[in-house]
Write a protein that binds this ligand. Sequence first.
Ligand code: FES
Length: 282
Amino acid sequence: MTPQHDERRAERVIALSFLITAAAAVGLAVVYLSGGQPQLEGALLAVAFGGLAYGFVTWGQKLMPQGPVVEERHRLTSTEEESEELESDLERGGVISRRKLLVRSLAVAGGALGVAALFPIRSLGPKPGKALVSTPWRDGLRLITDDGKPVLAVDVPMDGLVTVFPEGFPGSADGQAVLVRVSPELLHPAPGREDWSPDGFIVYSKVCTHAGCPVGLYQADSHTLLCPCHQSAFDVLDRARPTFGPAAVALPQLPIRLDGDGYIRARGDFSDPVGPAFWSRS
Ligand code: FES
C-alpha cells in the first residue's frame, strides 16, 4: 500500500471517529431530554470522548510529520526536483479538500458535544431564591403538631416539650420547631426579644445548627436541649446558646404570642436562617 493510500485511509478513519463522537453527543442529548438514564448517558459519553480521542491520536500518528525533524539550510533558488514536487502537490488538490473534511467533521463533533454539555445545566434546578433564609412561618400562623392539630397553651405541661410545625405545613423540614414551657422568671431573653416567649412558652428551631439533625431531646432539670447526633447542648433559658458539643451557633428563635382562644401563634419567621451555619452568616 502506497503512503497516499495509507493517508487516505487514515483520514477516513479520523472523520468516522469524529462523526461517531457527534452521533453519540446527539444521542446523549436525546436521552437526557427524554428523562435520562444514567448508565446509557455514561456509555454515550464514553463513546463520544473515545471517538474524539481515537481521532486525535490517529491524526497525530498518521497525518502529522514524524520526527526527528532536521531543518537543512537550503539554497535560495529551487531545484528542478523541488519545482516538480510543488507542482505535483498543487495537482493533488484532493488532499486539501480531504483535510477540510477532517476539520469539518471535527467541528461537527465539537459542536455536538458542546451542545450536549449545555443540557446538564438544566439539572441544577431552579434558583433557591429566599428558600435558604426563610421558612413557612408567618405572622398569625398557629403552632400545630405533626398530625395537624393546633396546640393549645393549656395542653403543654410545665417543663414539657412539643414538636410543632407552622399551620398548613405539617412535617415541614425547615419549619419544624420545639415548643418548651418553663417558668417565665427563669428566662434571659435577648435584647429585643422580651415579648417573644409569653408566659414561659418558648420556641426554637428543631434543626441543629451543627449538621442539621433534629434537636429532639430535652433535659428539664438543666433546661437543656440536646442533639443526639454529636451531643451538642443548647441552653433553653439563654437564647438556645450552645453550651457543649460542636454546634457553634444558637438555635434560631421563633417569636410567638398567645391568642384569645388559648392557641399559640407565630409573630413572624425565625430570628435567623435555620440549620447549619452557612456562608451568609457573619
Ligand atoms: S448535628 Fe447536632 S450536634 Fe451535630
